[in-house]
Design a protein around this ligand. Structure first.
Ligand SMILES: [Zn+2]
Length: 127
């Protein structure tokens, strides 16, 4: 009979809101599906107002807008991509993390510091 120790640890699931700000999401997961369906690894994200300039690990540049309904936002949430960019060398753990990320309407983080619940540490100190 398998014991607890023999079980492979389940990948921790992460929940984000469906309406999470696109730029916050990209800064967090550091992945970007291009129009051609390549999933690129993001090296830097430069936000200026409602636009952001993405620099990928394969040195491609994308200028994107912060729209929740954009093609890329939908692809990112639905995890649609044709292939992982071979030049970006996205590590497996990052893809695994991405595939265990779920988007929910009423559950999960908005990745928005001012909207996050009160920090757990502060609560503990108060009691
Ligand atoms: Zn790439």
């Amino acid at each position: 009979m398998p014991t607890e120790e023999n079980k492979t640890p389940a990948v921790k699931k992460r929940f984000y809101r469906k309406r999470v700000r696109l730029f916050n999401l990209i800064s967090k997961i550091k992945l970007w599906p291009s129009r051609k369906g390549s999933l690129h690894g993001i090296r830097t994200i430069d936000v200026t107002g409602n636009q952001a300039r993405l620099m990928t690990h394969c040195n491609k540049e994308f200028v994107i807008s912060n729209s929740l309904n954009s093609r890329a936002a939908r692809w990112l949430r639905n995890k649609w991509f044709v292939k992982v960019c071979p030049d970006c060398r996205v590590p497996d753990w990052k893809l695994e993390k991405y595939s265990s990320t779920l988007f929910r309407r009423h559950q999960g983080s908005l990745l928005n510091p001012e909207n996050e619940p009160v920090n757990q540490q502060i609560k503990q100190q108060a009691t």
